[in-house]
Design a protein around this ligand. Structure first.
Ligand code: SF4
Length: 86
């Protein structure tokens, strides 16, 4: 039986970083949102503890992505159309 985090559809991290490198996004989802480390997801633990979402820029491993990471995530071949990434 497959398991999926009930917050995946609305998770602010994946909403904010929807242009994150597909390999990295898939890795995080495979390990945390749909995988063996779901109960260790820092975002999930934070929400259960505080009753509210952690900052959107914090990934499931607890790493805070800097704006440069966000910029880098958008800095693909569509750089000239970066405004569409926001
Ligand atoms: S990042 Fe964490 S809280 Fe967000 S959907 Fe994945 S497992 Fe759930």
């Amino acid at each position: 039986m497959s398991r999926e985090c009930s917050w995946l559809v609305s998770c602010p991290f994946f909403q904010k970083y929807k242009h994150l490198d597909a390999d990295e996004a898939n890795r995080l989802k495979r390990l945390y949102c749909k995988g063996p480390y779901m109960d260790q997801c820092v975002r999930k633990l934070y929400k259960e503890l505080h009753g509210s979402d952690s900052p959107a820029q914090m990934n499931p491993e607890g790493k805070i992505l800097e704006d440069e990471d966000y910029e880098a995530a958008c800095a693909c071949e569509c750089m000239s159309r970066k405004a569409q990434c926001g």
